[in-house]
Design a protein around this ligand. Structure first.
Ligand code: AMP
Length: 283
């Protein structure tokens, strides 16, 4: 695996590969890799000649009171995992390399897509995500990009940006990889104390509980949300629910009642101690 830190170097390497007619798959990450990241990489390996992974903890998508400085890092371990996964190129730029000049461009995202779920409590987040993704897409020039359904709203907004800005890139959204007890894998799970870790499988159980009710014919969204809140309250300890949402999976609009044609995403964000966890299922 080649490790490249400079934009000029990766540009030259990618240009060379393109001249040879190679297809390029790209997975952006913030490091501290787990099996979720590896599933994206494996999909890229299957569908492209060359697989590029980036590790970059993007300051633009964190607000001042978030966990940027303590975001978990273990570069040696990440390198080993990427080598084992037979990744061709790791792009590992410094902050100075990516933001050599203060960016004077900001993304404004359609309210319907951004003014809900994670975008509501983290208004700075998605403009920062689009800034780094557009930079990385222009630097790597991939044919395919791989993102996780775990960050459902993020994947939808990036997909829309690719379309709106005519990036010649195919978006691939891959299923959520989970621990045995159902917890969605996340770099942030490492923050959980043992008692918090024992408690958090309730989140996926609550999604399954609501999905089951919908499958059994419940159509009333207000009632479903009440049942969902009650289910979580049964075990309530020290957590704060940010949102429990039942939305249209295509445009995130709020669903008032369900019919058999509704494409539904059930999504939640919950703060356990200092750790914010998200999860979802698509029906
Ligand atoms: P991150 O390093 O957290 O920014 O994540 C990088 C990519 O991995 C994003 O596209 C995430 O959606 C994806 N990802 C994170 N966790 C999972 C998971 N448990 N299953 C599948 N993809 C994931």
């Amino acid at each position: 695996m080649k490790i490249i830190k400079k934009i000029s170097k990766i540009n030259a390497t990618i240009d060379g590969l393109r001249l040879q007619g190679k297809t390029i798959g790209f997975t952006p990450t913030m490091g501290y890799l787990h099996r979720g990241h590896l599933s994206l990489i494996n999909a890229s390996k299957k569908q492209n000649d060359i697989t590029v992974v980036s590790i970059f903890v993007n300051p633009a998508q964190f607000s001042k009171n978030e966990d940027l400085s303590k975001y978990p890092k273990d570069f040696e371990r990440d390198k080993e995992l990427l080598n084992k996964a037979k990744v061709d190129i790791l792009f590992y730029p410094s902050e100075q390399e990516i933001y050599s000049t203060k960016s004077s461009i900001n993304f404004i995202i359609d309210e319907e897509l951004v003014n809900c779920m994670c975008g509501k409590s983290r208004p700075h987040h998605f403009p920062g995500v689009l800034l780094i993704c557009s930079k990385l897409f222009n630097i790597i020039k991939p044919d395919n990009v791989y993102f996780g359904q775990k960050d459902f709203q993020q994947a939808l907004i990036i997909k829309q940006m690719i379309k709106d800005l005519n990036f010649d890139i195919k978006m691939n959204i891959m299923p959520i990889v989970r621990e045995k007890d159902g917890l969605a894998m996340s770099s942030r799970n490492v923050y959980l104390s043992p008692s918090e870790r024992a408690f958090v499988p309730i989140l996926k159980k609550s999604l399954d509980f609501i999905a089951e009710k919908i499958k059994n014919g419940e159509k009333n969204v207000k009632k479903l949300k009440n049942d969902w809140e009650k289910f979580l309250e049964l075990d309530a300890k020290s957590y704060i629910v940010d949102y429990l949402d039942i939305r249209d999976k295509n445009n995130l609009s709020e669903l008032k009642s369900l019919n058999k044609n509704s494409g539904i995403v059930l999504a939640l964000a919950v703060k356990i101690g200092t750790t914010r966890l998200i999860d979802n299922i698509v029906l």
